[in-house]
Design a protein. Structure first.
Length: 61
């Protein structure tokens, strides 16, 4: 039973259904948010390496 169901859900007939097309496109917003978060993290870490992600404390006079 598992083999039959597995091969059915991997078939092109199943993958081209309207539901699967919809679910595939619904991944785009989530993937975009994840990508932007990863880019922000990389920029922050690069800023730490170069000294741009933190403020230097100025001495009190």
């Amino acid at each position: 039973l598992v083999d039959q169901v597995y091969w059915y859900v991997r078939s092109s007939e199943f993958m081209q259904t309207d539901l699967m097309q919809f679910l595939r496109w619904m991944r785009v917003p989530g993937d975009t948010v994840f990508f932007l978060g990863a880019v922000g993290l990389v920029i922050f870490i690069a800023g730490l390496k170069t000294g741009h992600s933190f403020r230097s404390e100025e001495p009190d006079n």
